[in-house]
Design a protein around this ligand. Structure first.
Ligand SMILES: CC(C)(COP(=O)(O)OP(=O)(O)OC[C@H]1O[C@@H](n2cnc3c(N)ncnc32)[C@H](O)[C@@H]1OP(=O)(O)O)[C@@H](O)C(=O)NCCC(=O)NCCS
Length: 186
């Protein structure tokens, strides 16, 4: 990933984002799904499908109650990606004064390694840039090397460890951050 110099991204007639990452031209995975993919916020009606992905993706998945709570949080935002009307991934994040904090990200297992996780991340980063946020942050399980690789591939760097961060099994979290340079927001 070469950085986040923002490029024009118009919404299409349905108000969906037509995504074209700056480095899409060397991302075969992106082109493998971009044409049929659309993005929109998560709604209550998506919860059953989202929960199926969530349960299949995590040893300690969020409960549906947790998702419902998230819907109540004023600064919480979500982005779903669909292909042919089927939800294949989602990301949830908070818009905070100090930056954007990612809380959950998952891609349906049979659609992984096609650039979808990275594209969801790009959506979050675009939102951060639109809001002139200077930082995107997240926590990831120390053992979740696949997710760490994804974040690193998007330019995130490790910033620290939160000991026993996860209350379910006491695993440590690695904190990661992406600093959005002012020059990237032109
Ligand atoms: C982590 C996750 C979201 C990645 O989604 P994805 O759509 O497969 O990711 P992408 O295809 O966009 O991968 C982009 C890059 O991330 C890295 N990456 C992603 N998955 C990887 C894996 N299993 N092993 C190593 N690197 C991986 C690679 O660098 C990859 O680029 P490449 O395919 O060109 O090598 C997905 O594996 C998932 O849903 N996992 C379970 C839930 C989870 O762990 N969420 C993160 C919580 S912090």
């Amino acid at each position: 990933m070469t950085g986040w110099k923002i490029i024009d991204r118009a919404k299409d007639a349905k108000g969906q984002f037509a995504i074209e990452p700056q480095d899409a031209h060397d991302s075969c995975g992106f082109f493998a799904f971009a044409n049929g993919a659309s993005f929109r916020p998560m709604t209550l009606g998506d919860l059953d499908e989202v929960m199926a992905i969530e349960r299949a993706s995590f040893a300690y998945p969020w409960s549906s109650r947790f998702f419902l709570q998230e819907f109540q949080v004023e600064c919480a935002r979500s982005i779903l990606v669909e292909i042919d009307g089927k939800i294949i991934g989602y990301v949830l994040f908070w818009l905070l004064p100090e930056g954007v904090d990612i809380h959950n990200l998952a891609v349906r297992s049979e659609y992984r390694r096609r650039g979808i996780g990275r594209t969801l991340l790009e959506q979050v980063i675009l939102e951060a840039l639109r809001r002139s946020s200077v930082r995107v942050t997240l926590e990831v399980r120390k053992s979740n090397l696949a997710a760490q690789k994804l974040y690193e591939s998007a330019g995130f760097v490790a910033t620290g460890i939160r000991r026993a961060y996860y209350s379910d099994d006491g695993e440590d979290a690695l904190t990661m951050a992406l600093d959005l340079a002012p020059s990237a927001q032109r």
